[in-house]
Design a protein around this ligand. Structure first.
Ligand code: XUL
Ligand code: CO
Length: 439
């Protein structure tokens, strides 16, 4: 197979002044930001399912995407050519990582064994390509939601045969993720949730989900897979109520079942906003709990309200996201995975390039602004000052656990007047705009 993305050269850093939409304006992989290069900070990844497979189907119409690599009718041959397309695409865009679900890369067979055999064949090819190009696997996962057998869920299905089948698929997906040196393994709930409580035993479903995750932890240990386990919260879609609603819900679930030491979170921007949180809120909450593991980089559309998985172009959001990433000390072994798809109307192969360039540049620019904000300690020093009453006097005693209600009441009774200070929200928003516009 020759060149697939014909006429598209390797995309290079061209600087802010360039008007070439097939060049990077801000992403300069070698540029140092603090102690690390941009490439090390960002750890960009391509999502196999959207970029290589996604056809642009919606509820009202067929796929529109033009995929010159989808030739013939033999599913294994198509799978092989998809590998070629994926690696040519990532190389041309200088994307160092990718992520996949088991059945993205290899077709399901007529039996589970045939599905596994297909996967082994394509994994050998992926491994060759990875060795040849140096491109790495950010994370692997199993698709436990697409096939009709998962109609009522996988680990939370009412049918034990489905639970067992799902376990077999995760077992295999863990083995291939390990085989490819995957740095993480993701559990996104898929159909782990419910549509109505009238037919649901929520207690048993949650217990079973915990059992399933514990089995995954045990199996990873048994085979020596040392990658990071990640849970990807999402509040709804496909089920009305997903069990992994948001970071807070997942944290309490993990704690309840004693699983908190084994999992971090993969935060997806569009999932955060579906849960009526900002992207930054979810990143921040995960960070302060020490569980910010990786990011599915995309954005939703507030006027639509569902999981539109658009490419992240909102620099305001990417800046605040990179602010959290920097405060987290980076994302490694996680990264920024473009779990994003081009709009149905953007159906040409070159649109996949424009989309990734837009997302990569939005995060690169966000990283630079966030780094400057942090270096100048703009927000940090304001926040420090805002909470300064806890650095001395009664506040010091409170945070050092030296006082209880009795001492606090004695103190309060002696206060004549309480004086508060302004939170200065608009001033801070204005300062943030200045940083965004001036870089
Ligand atoms: C679904 C979603 C998934 C996960 C991987 O909304 O985000 O693609 O990232 O299963
Ligand atoms: Co995702």
């Amino acid at each position: 197979m020759g060149e697939i993305f014909k006429g598209i050269a390797k995309v290079k850093y061209e600087g802010a002044g360039s008007d070439n939409p097939l060049g990077f304006n801000y992403y300069n992989p070698e540029e140092m930001i603090g102690e690390q290069t941009m490439e090390e900070h960002c750890r960009f990844s391509m999502a196999y399912w959207h970029t290589i497979i996604g056809q642009g189907v919606d509820m009202f119409g067929a796929g529109t995407a033009l995929h010159p690599w989808e030739i013939g009718t033999d599913p294994m041959e198509i799978a092989r050519v998809r590998v070629e397309a994926a690696f040519e695409f990532m190389q041309k865009l200088n994307i160092p990582f990718f992520c996949f679900h088991d059945i993205d890369v290899a077709p399901e067979g007529r039996s589970l064994q045939e599905t596994f055999d297909n996967l082994d064949t394509i994994v050998a090819l992926l491994k060759e390509k990875m060795e040849e190009t140096g491109i790495k696997l950010l994370w692997g996962t199993a698709n436990l939601f697409g096939h009709p057998r998962f109609v009522h869920g996988a680990a939370t299905a009412p049918n034990a045969d489905v639970f067992a089948y799902a376990a077999a698929r995760v077992k295999k997906a863990l083995e291939v993720t390990k085989e490819l040196g995957g740095e993480n393994y993701v559990f996104w709930g898929g159909r782990e949730g419910y549509d109505t409580l009238l037919n649901t035993d929520m207690g048993l479903e949650l217990d079973n989900l915990a059992r399933f995750l514990q089995m995954a932890v045990d199996y990873a240990k048994a085979i020596g897979f040392t990658g990071q386990f990640l849970i990807e919260p999402k509040p709804k879609e496909p089920t009305k109520h997903q069990y992994d609603f948001d970071v807070a819900t997942v944290l309490s679930f993990l704690k309840r079942y004693g699983l908190e030491d084994h999992f971090k979170m993969n935060i997806e921007a569009n999932h955060a906003t579906l849960a009526y949180h900002s992207f930054q809120h979810e990143l921040y909450l995960a960070r302060v709990h020490g569980v910010l593991g990786s990011v599915d980089a995309n954005q939703g559309d507030f006027l639509l309200g569902w999981d539109t998985d658009q490419f992240p172009t909102n620099i305001y959001a990417t800046t605040l996201a990179m602010y959290e990433v920097l405060k987290n000390g980076g994302l490694a072994p996680g990264g920024l995975n473009f779990d994003a798809k081009v709009r149905r109307g953007s159906f040409e192969p070159v649109d996949l390039f424009y989309a990734h360039i837009a997302g990569i540049d939005a995060f690169a620019r966000g990283l630079k602004v966030a780094d400057k904000l942090l270096r100048d300690q703009v927000l940090e020093s304001f926040i420090k000052e805002r909470y300064s009453s806890y650095q001395q006097g009664i506040g010091y005693d409170i945070v050092n656990n030296k006082v209880g209600f009795k001492e606090l009441a004695d103190y309060a009774l002696k206060q004549e007047q309480i004086s508060n200070r302004s939170g200065r929200q608009e001033m801070l928003e204005h300062i943030l705009n200045r940083y965004l516009l001036e870089g």
